[in-house]
Ligand binder design. Structure first.
Ligand code: SAM
Length: 283
């Protein structure tokens, strides 16, 4: 199909292969996200809504405007539209068991035990870690820092309000201790209790940006189900940077399909998709 042809006759907005190629390049440049050929329909569906809101009919017009305004807030809207945010409370639960065991052994007197959820999406992963730390460490100080590139997700996460179904799989003790059930207009919703929410701090980080804010080291880092969107060199570079933010005896958790063998010498496996730093401090 030539660049001039639209991809599907059913589409009401003009989206050529050249437009798709541009979207792919821009997503890669700004977020490190690799959109394969098969993502054509996904890209159309996600950005078409935005074009309609802006009263635009051609993707080329939207992309021209975007590129002509490097500082425009529209870049964030563009990136937000292209991220995939699927998550759940206690997703891949074995990591939370390991976290509990690690926190019990490694929490140091006088020092907060710190966790970083590095692609936290709408916050479920971060709140899950915070629940585990509340249960395990009780009065011992602990903090969960949670970041994502997607500002819309960060807003949802900070609000801490979810459809009730999202916590249905949690044991009643956790539901009662950490969540409030919505009534009246909030019926069908649940809110993370203030005591738990106060321990979780959300902020924006683009993992592929040249600069990350000063963050210190963490006892555990969750960087799960985000590496899959990046190419190998990007994954390798991020892993090196994560290593610099992990405490010497800390744990790194990756997603179930993220294999870092051959990508880095910085980590050695300690369990299912769980790693510690290689070298003398970690051994
Ligand atoms: C599938 S979700 C994973 C959520 C959670 N970690 C989990 O495993 O359930 C992937 C998240 O990565 C975020 N993301 C994508 N590219 C990113 C980047 N360059 N920097 C930071 N976060 C990014 C997306 O916004 C999305 O919320």
């Amino acid at each position: 199909m030539s660049d001039a042809e639209t991809v599907s006759l059913e589409r009401d907005l003009k989206f050529t292969h050249a437009d798709f190629r541009r979207v792919r390049e821009l997503a890669y440049q700004h977020a490190g996200i690799v959109l394969g050929e098969a993502k054509n329909h996904m890209v159309y569906a996600r950005l078409a809504k935005r074009l309609r809101t802006l009263g635009l009919y051609r993707f080329s017009d939207y992309l021209d405007e975007l590129v002509s305004a490097p500082q425009s807030a529209e870049w964030q809207v563009f990136v937000n539209a292209l991220t995939t945010n699927l998550t759940a409370f206690f997703r891949e639960p074995h990591h939370f068991d390991m976290l509990a065991e690690h926190a019990a052994r490694h929490a140091r007197p006088g020092q907060a035990y710190r966790v970083w959820s590095a692609a936290s999406s709408s916050g479920e992963e971060a709140y899950s870690a915070a629940m585990v730390l509340s249960e395990t460490l009780a009065e011992h100080r602990h903090e969960v820092w949670a970041s994502d590139i997607d500002t819309q997700m960060l807003e949802t996460a900070a609000r801490g309000v979810y459809p009730l179904e999202k916590i249905e799989g949690l044991p009643p003790t956790r539901r009662q201790r950490f969540f409030l059930k919505g009534v009246g207009r909030q019926h069908g919703l649940t809110r993370v209790k203030g005591e738990l929410a106060a321990r979780v701090h959300f902020f924006q980080i683009n993992l592929v940006a040249a600069d990350w804010p000063a963050m210190g080291r963490y006892d555990a880092i969750f960087c799960r189900n985000v590496m899959i969107y990046f190419d190998k060199p990007t994954q390798a570079a991020i892993l090196e940077r994560l290593a610099a933010h992990l405490a010497p005896d800390g744990l790194l958790f990756l997603g179930h399909s993220e294999n870092i063998q051959h990508l880095t010498q910085a980590f050695v496996p300690v369990g299912r998709t769980s790693y510690r730093l290689a070298g003398p401090t970690g051994s």
